[in-house]
Design a protein around this ligand. Structure first.
Ligand code: WQD
Length: 344
């Protein structure tokens, strides 16, 4: 019998790629998503890649009854991957309560339902944002969690604490917290990818939309940082690599490969790349020029951060594999497919 997994936020960017990898690995996936930042058409993409259409519920995880119905109607859910969360840093500053409600109530509801329905483990989408501006790079999991710079970041820190406290209370569950660095790219089939709402806030969707002529120019936020070329440094991780880490984490929990009830892993490549280096990699990989200018710094940006992924490499047995050029080609292929769809 296939093991059943609930993926909240499964039609979103990372959720959809993870659903594909779970199905490819033989899991039976049930998705709940309120479609606040995605749409049902993503299910066609998942089906196109895997040949399997995951069972889908349009619903809000902040509503306990809606969520409980999913557990009632799908007996035997063994694991949860929780992607259902709001994730725009700027918006979280304007609408903090929306962020606290969506991100924290969803998590509390899920944790509350786990023992009742015998769910063994939950993989939680956390972020390198919990480290703030690191004192040293690369950064490993033992680095201190620093004061959050936005309500979005605060919800990630609080969520980690909520899970930790619940596990420590003796709740019969396991959890793995995955701290993502900067997920980028798209599935190589270009059937799923990132679908930002409105004007993108993140670098890659803005870059690919500029290359496609949807945006006039990309602004690089600052070239006066104390880094080799003056632009910020990030650890850009391919979304398919990232998705695969979730499958490994789920297996680890469900097959009791670890004694630990709670584990934390950084998911990054271990390589820091500057914003200017990334633009250059995109141009080299695709042959497409990006119109960009240097602008002022963006408030709240971290200067440089990249992962020490040794723990994930050795303990999880997972390693990022897709070279950045391939990631950039996939991001571009996806952008082109979106433009073509619009023109049809
Ligand atoms: C990357 C770099 C920008 C846009 C945030 C969250 C993080 C995460 C991903 C979840 C920075 C620069 C960007 C642009 C630019 N989580 N940039 N011009 O800020 O590292 O991380 O998103 O969803 O938790 O904090 O990602 O892609 O916004 O920026 O120069 O138009 O690109 O200044 O240095 P960030 P990003």
């Amino acid at each position: 019998m296939k093991k059943r997994i609930l993926v909240t936020g499964g039609t979103g960017y990372i959720g959809s790629h993870t659903t594909v990898e779970l199905q490819n690995a033989g899991y039976d996936v049930v998705i709940i998503d309120n479609l606040s930042n995605s749409h049902e058409g993503v299910l066609d993409g998942i089906e196109g890649i895997t040949g399997i259409r995951p069972k889908f519920y349009k619903g809000d995880c902040t509503d306990y009854k809606t969520l409980e119905k999913v557990f009632e109607e799908n007996p035997g859910i063994e694991g949860i991957i929780n992607f259902a969360a709001s994730k725009a840093v700027g918006e979280s500053i304007e609408k903090p309560l929306l962020y606290y409600r969506n991100n924290l109530v969803t998590l509390i509801n899920l944790l509350d339902l786990m023992p009742k329905y015998g769910v063994k483990g939950i993989v939680f989408s956390s972020s390198c944002t919990v480290y703030g501006e690191p004192d040293v790079n690369p950064i490993d999991e033992t680095a201190p969690v620093k004061q959050a710079t936005s309500p979005y970041g605060a919800t990630k820190q609080m969520s980690e604490e909520i899970i930790t406290d619940f596990v420590r209370s003796g709740a019969p569950i396991k959890s793995i917290l995955l701290r993502y660095f900067n997920p980028v790219g798209a599935h190589p089939t270009a059937l799923i990818g990132e679908l930002p709402n409105g004007v993108p806030q993140n670098l890659i969707p803005y870059l690919t939309q500029t290359a496609a002529g949807i945006r006039e120019k990309l602004t690089v936020f600052g070239d006066d940082y104390p880094t080799p070329d003056g632009s910020c440094i990030r650890d850009f991780i391919d979304v398919v690599d990232l998705a695969k880490a979730h499958v490994v984490a789920m297996e680890r929990m469900l097959e009791n490969k670890s004694e630990e009830k709670l584990e934390i892993f950084n998911l990054g490549t271990g390589n820091g790349l500057s914003v200017l280096q990334l633009i250059d990699a995109f141009q080299r990989a695709t042959g497409v020029k990006v119109n960009y200018i240097i602008g002022p710094r963006r408030e709240g940006d971290i200067e440089k951060i990249w992962a020490d992924p040794k723990k994930a490499n050795t303990v999880l047995g997972w390693k990022a594999q897709v070279p950045i050029e391939e990631t950039m080609r996939n991001a571009w292929k996806w952008q082109v497919s979106l433009t073509e769809k619009k023109e049809k």
